[in-house]
Design a protein around this ligand. Structure first.
Ligand code: FAD
Length: 396
C-alpha cells in the first residue's frame, strides 16, 4: 500500500492524527452506519440508496477510502496504521462499504495483476465507489477447500478472447456487482495446480446470469451465478495464464487478516452490549453483573478478545513487512473466528430471549460468527495447513 501524503510530519503528530482519526471512524460507524443496519441488511434499492447516502457523508467527513492508493483517489493510509482503524470500521458489517474501503482487495489485485487497459478502465471508478465487485471461487459441485477441482473452464479463441463457462455459488455481493473475478481452469486436469487462471468478468456480458440468492441463516447477500459461454477480452485475464492460485493466495492472506480485524470490532461490540445488559438487568437479588456465572461469561469473552488481538496484529505486521505470513494468518483466522462465535454466543446468553429477538444486533453478529468458521477457508483447512508447516520446520 502506498504511504500517505503527510509522511513529513513528526511521528508523534502522526500518532495523534491516527488516534483522532480512529475516534472519528468509531463515531461515524456507531452514529451513522449502525442505525441504518436494518435497511442495509434487507438489500435491494432502498439499501443501495441508504448506502450511497452514507458514502457521501463519509466523503464529506474525510473518511473515504482510507487505505486505498492516493493516486486513485484514496487516502493511502498504510496497512499497519489502517489496521487500527479497520477494527472500528468493521464493527458494523456495512462499515467498509460505507467508508469506501471494501474494494481494497480488488484494487490491489487489479493494480498488481491487471493489464494496462483493465487498470485504466476500472481502478479509479472502483476507488470512487462507482463500481461494485465480487469474487467467485467456490462452486456447488466440488469442494471449495480444493480449488484444483474447479469445474469452471475458460477457453481461448483465435481472436485472443476467452470464453468462460461454469457455475459458482456463495459469491458475496454478486447480485449487485458490476464485475466478478472468476477462477477457471485454462489447462490440465485436477492434478494440475498451474492450470488455473483468474478472469475479470463484467456482469453485463451475454451469458452471465444470477441464478438465485442463497440466504445464510436467513440473511441475504450471497448468490449463485452461472456463466454460459461468457466472452471476455484477452486482457481481462489477471496476471499470467496459470497463476491463479498465487494471485488468490496473495489476495486471501490480506483478505483474511482484514476480516479478522473486523471480527475483533464486532466481538468488542457484542462484549460491550453484554456488559451493559449485565449492569442494567436487575432481579430481586440485584443486577446480573453480580452473578458469578455472568462474570465468567465476561471474563472468558474478554480473555478471548485480548488473546486474539495480538495474533491478528502479528499477521498484519508480517504482511506489511512483506514476510511469509501463512502460519500467522492461519492462527489469526482460526482464533478470530472462534473468538467472535464465542463472545457473541455469551452476549446472547446474558441477554436471554432478547438476545435472539429483533431489538439488538446480536442475531446478525451470531450469524457472522458462525459463518466465520467456514468462509475464507474452514477452520480445519487452516489447522491442517499451519500444523503441516510447523512440523516440516521441525523436521528440517
Ligand atoms: C457467508 C459466506 C460468504 C462466502 N463468500 C464467498 C465469496 O465471496 N466467494 C467465494 O468464492 N466463496 C465464498 N464463500 C464460500 C466459502 O469460501 C466456502 O464455503 C469455503 O471455502 C468451504 O468450501 P465448501 O463450502 O465447498 O466446503 P467443502 O470444501 O465441501 O468442505 C466442507 C467441510 O469439510 C471439512 N473439510 C474440508 N477440508 C478439510 C481438511 N483439509 N481437513 C479436514 N476437514 C476438512 C470442513 O469441516 C469443511 O467445513 C462464502 C461462504 C459463506 C458461508
Amino acid at each position: 500500500m502506498e504511504s500517505r501524503g503527510d509522511v513529513t510530519s513528526a511521528p508523534d503528530e502522526r500518532m495523534d492524527d491516527m488516534a483522532e482519526l480512529k475516534t472519528r471512524v468509531a463515531a461515524f460507524v456507531r452514529e451513522r452506519v449502525m442505525p441504518c443496519e436494518p435497511v442495509l441488511d434487507e438489500g435491494g434499492p432502498a439499501a443501495a440508496a441508504v448506502l450511497r447516502d452514507l458514502q457521501d457523508q463519509a466523503r464529506r467527513a474525510g473518511l473515504w477510502a482510507m487505505p486505498l492508493p492516493v493516486e486513485l483517489g484514496g487516502q493511502g493510509i498504510p496497512l499497519l496504521p489502517y489496521s487500527r482503524l479497520a477494527e472500528c470500521e468493521g464493527a458494523s458489517d456495512h462499515g467498509p462499504a460505507a467508508l469506501g474501503s471494501a474494494p481494497l482487495l480488488d484494487v490491489l489485485m487489479l493494480k498488481r495483476h491487471g493489464s494496462a487497459r483493465v487498470r485504466e478502465q476500472y481502478l479509479k471508478a472502483l476507488t470512487a465507489g462507482g463500481l461494485r465487485t465480487c469474487y467467485a471461487m467456490t462452486e456447488p459441485d466440488v469442494p471449495g477447500t480444493d480449488p484444483c477441482m474447479t469445474g469452471t473452464r475458460a477457453v481461448r479463441s483465435a481472436d485472443g478472447n476467452w470464453t468462460v463457462t461454469g457455475r459458482k455459488w456463495f459469491t458475496s455481493g454478486a447480485g449487485e456487482a458490476d464485475l466478478v473475478t472468476v477462477l477457471a481452469r485454462t489447462d490440465g486436469d485436477a492434478s494440475d495446480r498451474a492450470g488455473l487462471s483468474l478472469f475479470l468478468v463484467p456482469t453485463d456480458r451475454p451469458g452471465f446470469r444470477v441464478v438465485r440468492e442463497l440466504p445464510v441463516l436467513g440473511a441475504g447477500g450471497q448468490w449463485e451465478i452461472d456463466l454460459d459461454h461468457v466472452t471476455v477480452p484477452g486482457d481481462h485475464l489477471l496476471g499470467e495464464r496459470g497463476t491463479a492460485l498465487a494471485i488468490a493466495g496473495e489476495r486471501l492472506q490480506l483478505g483474511r487478516t482484514l476480516r479478522c480485524l473486523r471480527w475483533l470490532g464486532q466481538a468488542q461490540r457484542a462484549f460491550d452490549l453484554m456488559c451493559e445488559r449485565a449492569n442494567v438487568r436487575t432481579g430481586s437479588r440485584g443486577p446480573l453483573a453480580g452473578r458469578q456465572l455472568v462474570q465468567q461469561h465476561v471474563f472468558e469473552s474478554l480473555l478471548a478478545i485480548r488473546t486474539t488481538r495480538p495474533l491478528v496484529h502479528e499477521a498484519v505486521e508480517r504482511i506489511a513487512a512483506g514476510l511469509d505470513a501463512h502460519v500467522e494468518v492461519g492462527l489469526a483466522k482460526v482464533a478470530a473466528a472462534r473468538m467472535l462465535h464465542h463472545v457473541v454466543d455469551a452476549a446472547v446468553q446474558v441477554h436471554g430471549a432478547a438476545g435472539l429477538g429483533p431489538d439488538t444486533p446480536l442475531p446478525a453478529l451470531l450469524r457472522t460468527g458462525r459463518a466465520a468458521r467456514i468462509l475464507d477457508g474452514p477452520d480445519e483447512l487452516h489447522i491442517t495447513s499451519v500444523a503441516r508447516r510447523v512440523l516440516r520446520g521441525h523436521n528440517a
